[in-house]
Design a binder for this molecule. Structure first.
Ligand SMILES: Cc1cc2nc3c(=O)[nH]c(=O)nc-3n(C[C@H](O)[C@H](O)[C@H](O)COP(=O)(O)OP(=O)(O)OC[C@H]3O[C@@H](n4cnc5c(N)ncnc54)[C@H](O)[C@@H]3O)c2cc1C
Length: 404
């Protein structure tokens, strides 16, 4: 029987994960899923994905590296293999992407014993969905410009303010919340909380409509919201340092560093989709797949996909990780632009038919390419815009002069 065992060697674990995924791939979802977990909108989509995450967790494919006492599986160093197998098998993505890629690594680093025991198990299993409350109307690229204020009141904090672009906020039980606790210091005046969201008095979650017509992100308003001091992560005034842990985990998620489960697509799978599209699209008397220009463009993308796969391996070679932010920043930048260019090529190959949107039965690849193209712009903005990533890479990693 193919069962999970805590004593497995890496090769055994890979064989186990591959077989389990072959035998347990879920049936097709009851309704179409969006391209990424951060656009999940309906209760039907949520329930289907939450059920899938629970099964993967119970099978030992999520939280693999995390200690058993915090709900993990205590198999240090094997999450990367589980992520690779999840991506390779083409099964649905995991819903609790903010929880797995950002919250779990942050709580592991900055949480106390009680917080780790309380918050990590539900985060790993997906029972408790998490969202990230960093951005505000006046604090995006300039994250330290936080205006949401938390004021101490006995053993509690009272929070007032306004967060925006909160992915999955509409399903979240918890939020990682960055607030200002002092106006006297810009960075040292920030404090980080684990804030209850769903049904919590004073919290209002309002959906925002995106370019694609989907929602998936929200604005979240806080009106005299009470949070116990036991939900503060790390010390008062340490919020900036904690937020940096979260951001480097978010930007590095593509190489699986510190993440508790897979949330990232397989670049090779997108290339296979482009080839399928070219093989099924008429071009003149033949097919797009026979057109030398199209073939050349797809081969160029395939070479880049292989380059990305090889580049991700560098995270395991300490000598190549001279600066802690080099790989996370580079990966975020390159992967989002890689995806955007793939989607643009898909739209180009589909030609005039790319104007048919996802609900049109005649749309090639069920309308995937135009939707992916529109979505790709959001991904170059989320987790810090690519312009900002370039600035940080230039100034802090390469040591170039500071931009004015
Ligand atoms: C799909 C998506 C999901 C998101 N999910 C979340 C979430 O779950 N939680 C959350 O907290 N936030 C989330 N965000 C918000 C995201 O982090 C911010 O949008 C991002 O940090 C940019 O901030 P801003 O929108 O305020 O743009 P601004 O900071 O106002 O920037 C506007 C433009 O100016 C440019 N710019 C600004 N400063 C500089 C500079 N110094 N040098 C060069 N160019 C500059 C930017 O690159 C950008 O093009 C999400 C965003 C998107 C698109």
């Amino acid at each position: 029987m193919n069962t999970f065992d805590r004593k497995m060697e890496p090769q055994e674990f890979r064989a186990y994960a591959r077989k389990w995924l072959e035998e347990n791939a879920p049936p097709a979802p009851p309704e179409r899923l969006p391209i990424t977990p951060i656009e999940v909108m309906t209760v039907g989509q949520r329930d289907y994905l939450q059920d899938w995450q629970r099964k993967c967790y119970r099978a030992g494919l999520i939280g693999v590296d995390y200690p058993v006492e915090y709900g993990g599986h205590g198999q240090s160093g094997l999450q990367r293999i589980a992520n690779q197998e999840l991506e390779r098998s083409g099964v649905p993505y995991l819903l609790n992407i903010v929880g797995l890629n950002m919250v779990a690594p942050t709580i592991m680093k900055h949480g106390n014993e009680e917080q780790k025991r309380k918050f990590l198990p539900g985060c790993l299993s997906g029972e408790e969905i998490w969202c990230q409350g960093f951005s505000e109307p006046g604090a995006g690229s300039d994250l330290s410009n936080q205006r949401t204020m938390a004021v101490k009141d006995g053993d509690d904090w009272i929070v007032n303010g306004h967060k925006v672009w909160t992915s999955l906020g509409h399903f979240a039980k918890w939020m990682i919340l960055l607030t200002r606790t002092s106006n006297d210091h810009r960075y040292d005046g920030l404090t980080y909380f684990l804030c209850p969201i769903a049904g919590h008095p004073g919290v209002t979650v309002r959906p925002l409509i995106k370019l694609t017509g989907e929602t998936g992100f929200n604005e979240v308003l806080f009106e005299n919201v009470r949070i116990p001091d036991t939900n503060r992560l790390d010390e008062i005034g340490q919020g900036w340092a904690v937020a940096m842990t979260t951001l480097s985990a978010e930007r590095g998620a593509a190489e699986g560093a510190g993440s508790a489960g897979s949330g990232v697509g397989d670049p090779a799978a997108t290339i296979r989709k482009l080839i399928e599209l070219a093989r099924s699209t008429k071009r003149g008397e033949g097919l797009a797949a026979n057109d030398p220009v199209t073939r050349d463009a797809i081969v160029e993308r395939a070479i880049l996909a292989e380059g990305l796969r090889q580049s991700a391996k560098r995270s395991r070679v300490p000598a190549l990780c001279d600066h802690p932010m080099r790989l996370p920043l580079q990966t975020k930048l390159v992967v989002t632009e890689f995806d955007q260019e793939n989607a643009r090529l898909g739209v180009e190959i589909a030609g005039a038919h790319a104007t048919l949107y996802k609900l049109d039965p005649r749309a090639p690849s069920s309308g995937h390419w135009p939707l992916a193209y529109l979505n790709s712009f959001g991904n170059t903005i989320a987790a810090g815009t690519n312009e900002i990533q370039r600035n940080i890479l230039g100034e802090r990693v390469l040591g170039l002069p500071k931009s004015k």
